[in-house]
Design a protein around this ligand. Sequence first.
Ligand SMILES: NC(=O)c1ccc[n+]([C@@H]2O[C@H](COP(=O)([O-])OP(=O)(O)OC[C@H]3O[C@@H](n4cnc5c(N)ncnc54)[C@H](OP(=O)(O)O)[C@@H]3O)[C@@H](O)[C@H]2O)c1
Length: 326
Amino acid sequence: MRAFVAVRVERDHPLSALELREGWPTPEAGRGQVRVRLAATTVNMHDLWALRGVGVRPDSFPRILGCDVVGWDPDGREVMVTGCFGDPDAGEGDETFDPKRSLISEDLPGSFAEYTVVPARNVIAKPRWLTFEQAACLNVAWSSTFRLLFTRGKASPGERILVQGAGGGVATAAISMARAAGLHVTVTSRSEKKRLRAREIGAHEAVPTGERLREPVDLVVDTVGAATWQHSLRSVRPGGRIVTAGATTGSDTPLDLPRIFYRQVSIIGSTSGSRADTLRMLRFMEAANLRPVVDSVHPFERIREAFERLQHPDLFGNVVVHVSTS
Ligand SMILES: NC(=O)c1ccc[n+]([C@@H]2O[C@H](COP(=O)([O-])OP(=O)(O)OC[C@H]3O[C@@H](n4cnc5c(N)ncnc54)[C@H](OP(=O)(O)O)[C@@H]3O)[C@@H](O)[C@H]2O)c1
């Protein structure tokens, strides 16, 4: 099969370690696994971190990255794959809490290839009301965001939410879902153009990054990390919650413990989405008529352009890679 293989860790020029290989061995499904033929996938920060060697062992290369799997099962059914491989019984009923859980592309090959194999439990039907390109945005960006907002963050109607950053897959999903769920949504962005786009997809207010808010919020979603963390702490009301689920600008920032305990702020971590999160999210999306924001679609052969777009300051939404039409 054709595959883009990550051949080594490359801290400074990560894309130079991504090589197109013809005739790469097609994976065989083992017991309890299903082989999926890829229709589309996305590129994400997680892949760039892995290419730079963050959270991966250098001896695990060469390997296939890519965390969104949509395509066809061996019977030709249109399927998508939920992104956390784990045992719900080992995680108090939630596989994302299984200490041995892994994400797509960690223990099994990822999605930058014509075929991959995944646990059968993670394969679900792709809804007909989503195109393959739209469905490809749903694991990394949307399921994780559904979980961080509702399962972990306990967002509820009438609350005020602050979303840090306007352009990424998580931020665009958070704006759309929080608005549809009846929250008052404020977004920060360094770019005027993106603040405008954020309002178009549902934000009530969009302010420059770091600007003091008119009133504190009940819940903050921070995946930007060091660059916005102090602003997140300053923006949440006493007794409010901050969900942290990423650190695009790094994690080296003071935690400010006195502010957290004196103002009784809850800091909540969130990673990935469970199968149950994804199924509930799909019902929510259908009921509220929500669709992911697709920034751009790139042919498989030009996956490097997709990664360049992912790092472009104008990025707004998800960067999709088209693998096969049928
Ligand atoms: N825990 C999980 O399950 C999970 C799932 C998905 C993603 N993630 C993580 O979440 C993070 C977000 O990923 P993403 O792909 O949605 O978006 P992203 O491309 O990493 O960008 C997120 C936002 O960061 C802001 N930003 C970047 N540099 C900044 C700076 N120097 N100062 C202020 N803001 C800055 C940008 O805001 P503006 O340009 O609008 O200012 C951008 O909209 C990543 O670190 C990713 O690894 C975690």
